[in-house]
Design a protein around this ligand. Structure first.
Ligand SMILES: Cc1ncc(C[n+]2csc(CCOP(=O)(O)OP(=O)(O)O)c2C)c(N)n1
Ligand code: SF4
Length: 301
């Protein structure tokens, strides 16, 4: 699917309350195009709950239910059951949550829905922070990143949510990134055609949260993939496939770029470069990425 061939219809419409350069809006635009009008969104507390509407307006042209922070997957399970009871089985139910609502407070509801084989798509847009409440750390925040609750840099590495989801052995799971819209479109379209639980996580570089200029959102996503800090993959019927540049990195056909090329442009890592360069912490980040790719290779090559 080339970008010029994406459906013309827009269900993400003007009037949004997002920041300029917001990655969540880019992701939603593509997701809505892939799923079409016959869908329902279930959105917990997160930036999207603000983006979608400043009363009395809305930027969504599709039905949406807002729900408590921890309950996206539980709410979507209820919506799916209600639609099924009404015989409306062709409506795609989407739970759409941030990384805080997925990795942390919503993980129990998500795990339950995956285990119950709920027929829905769970999408996590991962901006690696709780951005809506002012940039707190989440389980997805990378090591050494500044947030308002990790002022000297986070001490822990991010948790591998993708691998936690894979342990549920659902029919389809994928990682995508806003910088690769065709890849994202194809993954969402494929998920729509599969029955049972589907999980898609989209890396979403957030300008105010990561501290970079708003016109750099796409570049920050591209660099995350090129440095191997984020991987593009699909897990379908127990088979793992890496996509695009991530496939080449996995197969060692190209070297991933040094992680410095990604983090040096983000103010949240500024303390690693000034007043003196913190070579030790940068190497720790680099080594951690290497360990993740070694694990991918030993499991999936
Ligand atoms: C139980 C509960 N605790 C805290 C909050 C406050 N709250 C609203 S949105 C949010 C952060 C959401 O973070 P995330 O899921 O990562 O989405 P983002 O804001 O980054 O889009 C928090 C802490 C809440 N609404 N409910
Ligand atoms: S804080 Fe980040 S995710 Fe939230 S609306 Fe602004 S750019 Fe989008």
């Amino acid at each position: 699917m080339a970008i010029k061939d994406l459906p013309f219809e827009e269900y993400y419409i003007p009037g949004s309350a997002a920041c300029p350069g917001c990655p969540a809006t880019m992701a939603m635009r593509i997701v809505f195009k892939a799923l079409g009008k016959n869908m329902m969104m279930v959105v917990p507390a997160c930036c999207t709950a603000v983006i979608e509407s400043l009363h009395p307006n809305t930027s969504f042209n599709i039905p949406t239910m807002n729900i408590a922070f921890e309950a996206a997957a539980a709410g979507a399970s209820g919506v799916e059951a209600a639609l099924r009871k009404q015989g409306k089985t062709d409506t795609t139910v989407v739970a759409w949550a941030g990384d805080g609502g997925t990795y942390d407070i919503g993980i129990q509801a998500l795990s339950g829905a995956l285990e119950r084989q709920t027929n829905f798509i769970y999408i996590c847009y991962n901006n690696q922070i709780y951005s809506n409440t002012g940039i707190q750390r989440s389980g997805a925040t990378p090591y050494a990143a500044w947030t308002t609750t990790t002022v000297g840099g986070k001490h822990e590495f991010r948790k591998e949510m993708g691998e936690i989801v894979l342990a549920h052995h659902i029919p389809y799971a994928a990682q995508a990134c806003i910088s690769y819209p065709e890849d994202l479109f194809n993954k969402v379209k494929k998920a729509k055609g599969i029955k049972g639980p589907k999980y898609i996580e989209i890396l979403a570089p957030c300008p105010p949260g990561w501290r970079f200029a708003m016109e750099k959102t796409v570049e920050m996503g591209t660099l995350a993939v090129e440095t191997g800090a984020w991987a593009l993959y699909e897990f379908e019927n127990e088979k793992m496939t890496f996509n695009g540049r991530s496939k080449l990195i996995l197969e060692k056909k190209i070297d991933r770029k040094p992680v410095e090329e990604w983090i040096r442009y983000q103010g949240r890592f500024r303390h690693l470069f000034a007043p003196v360069k913190d070579e030790k912490s940068i190497k720790e980040i680099e080594d951690h990425i290497d360990r993740i790719w070694d694990r991918y290779r030993s499991c999936y090559l």
